[in-house]
Design a protein around this ligand. Structure first.
Ligand code: HEC
Ligand code: HEC
Length: 326
């Protein structure tokens, strides 16, 4: 009897499983709180105009607002900002998977054109953070060597690893709450895993095969290749592997929170979820390297609507709240 009670008190395990945390950056509450402040702090950018949060906001499902992200100095970047939920579970980061650690990705976002600081100026920027009294004392509590560029990155990443979305209507449905999905969403789920063939690339629980493959998972779906001259096409994964077979292939994005994170695709070229679904279900756009897995599933307008209803059941309930900055 006692055993049964104790069992009930244990929280249900996450359908996402355990996140891998590297030994040199363990999670700790004070580190996470510090990372949360840095995530929202525009003083981290080159000119005080951008925080990490600026391009990954609640209103945009923690993805980007602009089709192509706009960095400091109003510089148009080459890709659309991805959704941040469950980012700590990925094995590779960016649309082309060029970052092999989340720490490396975050350092690149800070030094590169997203925040515009410049890789050689990160220590100088850390000094300006150190000059803010509240930060200096908080860093001293978390890191023996205080405010350094590497520690700013570690704190940011510890916070990013808390952005977990594992309690959507779909998750509750799978856990036994049968009313969590409407009849239409249930038809959409059946299509998603059946006739429409979406699970091949977007399998549960992440709704992307990229999370459970050691190098991530990339396909050419023909996004953008029909409107851009071939020599100007963003080659995506090929820029990392140099293989022709990866030409214009991009990471399979998670579909968790997808209904809230318009616009869609690596170039933000599609504004509405229904149109993105129709594009995928019709087999993408033909080009010299489009994935053979993408074929026209000949869905009716009603079936596309059912798929959209199902995708809405993947909305993440969480909301980020800006903390008080020092
Ligand atoms: C100006 C907009 C902008 C700002 C500011 C910005 N990002 Fe991003 N972020 C992007 C874009 C665009 C990408 C995708 C780039 C690519 O794939 O080449 C991205 C990708 C990422 C990814 C990879 C996600 C994935 O699914 O692979 C992470 C993590 C991330 N950003 C974290 C951060 C952090 C941390 C900061 C602050 C240090 C930051 N971002 C600031 C636009 C921005
Ligand atoms: C062959 C693998 C594959 C299959 C099958 C597939 N997708 Fe995708 N999906 C991708 C890739 C790759 C992208 C990103 C393409 C890009 O941005 O260039 C993507 C992007 C998306 C997006 C945009 C998400 C975002 O955040 O921008 C949606 C929505 C989507 N797929 C839905 C579906 C649906 C619904 C199906 C089934 C009809 C499906 N996909 C089938 C690989 C696939």
């Amino acid at each position: 009897m006692l055993v049964a009670v104790a069992f009930l008190l244990v929280a249900a395990p996450s359908p996402l499983g355990a996140m891998k945390i590297p030994d040199d950056n363990p999670q700790a509450p004070e580190k996470i709180a510090l990372g949360e402040q840095l995530w929202f702090d525009k003083r981290l950018s080159v000119d005080g105009t951008r925080a990490c949060y600026s391009c990954h906001q609640n209103e945009d499902g923690l993805g980007g607002h602009d089709p192509l992200a706009i960095g400091p100095g109003e510089k148009k970047l080459t890709r659309h900002s991805p959704v941040m939920w469950n980012v700590g579970f990925l094995p590779r980061w960016y649309w082309d998977g060029r970052a092999t650690t989340l720490e490396g990705q975050t350092k690149a976002a800070w030094g590169g054109s997203n925040m515009g600081v410049g890789n050689d100026n990160l220590e100088a920027k850390a000094k300006t953070i150190e000059a803010i009294e509240g930060y200096k004392t908080q860093f001293a509590k978390v890191f023996p060597d205080g405010v350094t560029a590497a520690n700013v990155v570690k704190a940011l990443v510890a916070y990013e690893r808390t952005l977990v979305c594992d309690n959507t209507a779909y998750d509750r449905f799978v856990a036994g709450e049968k009313k969590a999905l409407s009849k239409q969403a249930q038809s959409g789920l059946a299509l998603f895993t059946g006739k429409a063939g979406c699970t091949g690339c977007h399998p549960a629980p992440f709704f992307s095969a990229a999370y459970e493959a050691p190098e991530g998972m990339y396909y050419n779906a023909g996004v953008g290749t029909d409107v851009t001259p071939e020599d100007k096409v963003d080659v995506g994964r090929m820029s990392v592997t140099k293989k022709e077979s990866d030409w214009a292939a991009f990471k399979v994005p998670s579909l968790r929170n997808v209904a809230k994170s318009a616009p869609y695709f690596h170039d933000g070229s599609v504004a509405k979820l229904e149109d993105a679904v129709r594009f995928m279900a019709a087999g993408g756009r033909k080009n010299k390297n489009v994935s053979e897995l993408l074929v026209d599933k000949k869905l009716s307008a009603a079936e596309v609507k059912d798929l959209v209803a199902f995708l809405k059941s993947l909305d993440c309930p969480g909301v980020l709240k800006a903390p008080k900055l020092p």
